[in-house]
Design a protein. Structure first.
Length: 315
């Protein structure tokens, strides 16, 4: 199975299919996505609890973020792969349930998911280190200063006059531009490669090469999809902020806690919508670039089902 080159218009198609994903069995797709979305909030909740309980300094906060990120590198490929399998089952008319999102943890397939996640995580870390070393002189120090100031402002003994935030270093512009470029490219590699691991039955290194090649061969549709996603995300966030402002003002007249009680469900719904569109677009991207062609799968019931393995990380 090799990668294919598709037209720029597929970028729009991927977003549309992401919006429409799961129509055949919304309970399974939306339920599986909701499980992943809630689990994705766990690191933030843990960090908030530790901050309230122990009053972590900026260095300790960075350590907590690093530790939770390492756990995420291992677990997220399993969870996202589970969602992709649920979507694939629904798209092919096979039965699926929300709990199927955890099927990747059993059956001898977990090794390939973990291996791919570790490989991509190492690539992210090495690229981040290289970019910061080349363009980020003073960026880490500036970030730690900002983090310390924000911690002081949120403390009970916060000063009456907020301190001035330090100016960002000169190299932050090129650093952010390159970070966006590599972020979009690696996200595409991740989507294609994980799709190959999950649905194409490919070993880790073959899936990684498919991701690298597929992303390079489809720059135009990826750019179109990224532009639409950023524009749509900005519009959605703006609308969400306006609704939250109205709710906060009106509910604040009754009780401040009422505003938080009303806003939290809206935030969770927004998060769920973003995850649904993202996973749906990932699946559509993999299907167009690497998936079996129409009619190539016979009855379509098992075209995307990977072969059983022993659970080891195949390179």
């Amino acid at each position: 199975m090799t990668t294919r080159t598709v037209g720029a218009g597929h970028g729009w198609k991927w977003i549309v299919q992401g919006v429409n994903v799961g129509r055949g069995n919304p309970r399974a797709v939306y339920g599986a996505t909701a499980v992943v979305a809630l689990l994705a909030l766990a690191p933030n909740v843990l960090q908030a609890v530790l901050q309230l309980a122990f009053g972590l300094d900026p260095a300790a906060q960075i350590m907590v973020v690093g530790a939770t990120s390492l756990v995420s590198i291992v677990l997220y490929p399993l969870l996202i792969g589970g969602v992709l399998r649920v979507i694939d089952a629904v798209e092919h008319g096979r039965p699926a349930r929300p709990g199927d999102v955890f099927a990747t943890f059993t059956g001898g397939h977990a090794g390939r998911f973990v291996g791919f996640g570790v490989l991509m995580g190492a690539l992210y870390i090495l690229t981040f280190y290289a970019l910061v070393s080349a363009f980020g002189d003073g960026v880490l120090e500036w970030y730690m200063d900002v983090l310390a100031i924000s911690q002081e402002m949120s403390a009970d003994s916060a000063p009456a006059t907020p301190p001035e935030l330090p100016l960002p270093p000169a190299g932050i512009g090129p650093l952010m531009a390159l970070a966006i470029f590599f972020g979009v490219y690696y996200a595409t590699v991740y989507a294609i490669g994980l799709g190959q691991v999950t649905l194409g039955g490919r070993p880790v290194m073959q899936a990684f090469r498919d991701g690298l090649g597929g992303a390079l061969r489809n720059v135009l549709p990826v750019v179109v999809a990224a532009a639409i996603a950023m524009a749509g995300g900005f519009a959605l966030m703006l609308a969400f902020a306006m609704v939250v402002t109205i709710i906060t003002v009106v509910a604040g007249l009754v009780h401040p806690a009422l505003a938080a009680l009303l806003v939290l469900p809206l935030y969770l719904v927004l998060l769920l919508v973003l995850y649904i569109v993202m996973f749906g677009a990932m699946y559509a991207m993999w299907r167009d670039i690497c998936g079996p062609q129409d009619g190539a799968a016979g009855d379509g019931a098992s075209a995307s089902t990977p072969p059983r393995d022993s659970g080891r990380i195949e390179l």
